[in-house]
Design a protein around this ligand. Structure first.
Ligand code: C2E
Ligand code: MG
Ligand code: MG
Ligand code: MG
Length: 284
């Protein structure tokens, strides 16, 4: 199944930090090259709605297919990209590719789900961010209501006034906004009432020990109820075990993402495993 092949691949490249041997200057040069030469690829991880058992969204997650080192995980190059400014062209590449892929799936009549794209705080703070995003949306011809931007609390807290303006602009054209890694930032909850937010993604550090740690369960519960009260979707990230899923159902969590359903997988694998005729069976 997709779960197993995908998981093995994931472990294979994630277990070693291949880039520690390469110095930063060389890596920066190579990453700059990688963006131009199409060495980046997007994997997709499904988000499942518990009440229906339907996939409702695919999160695009970038990987670097390095000519010598093989597949490199984002945590091993996104921080560098953020440091040296390459995150801007990289982020644009990701958004363009995700939009083009969505258009291809629409044309093929398959995988009719939302697409979620991660936006780095550096991108979000770029004053041209919304204009660049809108330009890419127009060029690729995607209906923006298929798009969700995942931002973090740190993106939001930098400059509240510009954040409101940017989020309003994106919302007005139909883009949904989710808060990624919710609960681990240093932010106040105040922003939730000012910003047009559609979804809270509970950080997987809370979900991890939900079946054994009372505090993690209490926090997860609180986020889920906060979400219900604010009328936003709540996604539990990092669901790996059926025991976690059982508890999340009890806590009235609406949607999940995690290895239990599928790790992030290639376009080929996602097309094989998650087209409309191929619904996940282990969840119900
Ligand atoms: P994220 O956005 O919070 O994405 C979820 C990460 O958790 C992914 O790691 C995913 O593979 C992993 N994950 C999903 N389910 C499970 C699970 O059940 N157990 C465990 N242990 N992990 C799970 P990945 O793909 O390595 O990405 C790591 C981070 O890199 C992402 O965290 C995101 O912050 C960043 N990232 C990935 N792609 C992009 C991108 O295109 N742009 C930007 N700016 N950041 C990206
Ligand atoms: Mg994310
Ligand atoms: Mg996350
Ligand atoms: Mg994240």
């Amino acid at each position: 199944t997709a779960k197993h092949t995908g998981k093995n691949k994931h472990v294979a490249y994630n277990s070693l930090n291949k880039l520690t041997s390469v110095n930063h200057i060389q890596m920066e040069t190579e990453l700059r090259q990688a963006i131009l030469e199409n060495e980046l690829i997007l994997y997709y991880q499904p988000r499942l709605e518990l009440s229906t058992g339907n996939i409702i969204c695919l999160e695009a997650l970038v990987r670097w297919n390095h000519p010598r080192l093989g597949l490199i995980a984002p945590n091993d190059f996104i921080p560098l990209a953020e440091e040296c400014g390459l995150i801007l062209p990289l982020g644009e590449w990701v958004l363009r590719e995700a939009c083009l892929q969505k258009v291809r799936w629409l044309e093929a009549g398959i995988l009719n789900y939302q697409i979620a794209v991660n936006i780095s705080p550096c991108q979000f703070q770029d004053e041209h961010f919304s204009d660049k995003a809108i330009h890419i949306i127009e060029k690729t011809g995607i209906d923006p209501s298929y798009l969700e931007f995942e931002i973090t609390e740190s993106s939001i807290m930098q400059n509240m006034e510009t954040t409101v303006a940017v989020l309003d602009k994106l919302c007005k054209i139909g883009i949904s906004i989710s808060i990624d890694d919710f609960g681990i930032g240093y932010s106040s909850l105040n922003y939730l009432k000012h910003f047009p937010i559609h979804c809270l993604k509970i950080d997987r550090s809370f979900v991890k020990n939900i079946h054994s740690n009372k505090d993690d369960l209490a926090i997860t519960n609180a986020i889920i109820h906060l979400g219900h009260a604010l009328n936003v979707q709540v996604v539990a990230e990092g669901v790996e075990e059926l025991s976690q899923l059982a508890i999340l159902k009890e806590t009235t969590c609406t949607t999940i993402q995690g290895y239990l359903l599928s790790p992030p997988v290639s376009v080929f694998d996602i097309e094989q495993s998650f087209n409309q005729y191929n619904r996940p069976v282990m969840i119900s």
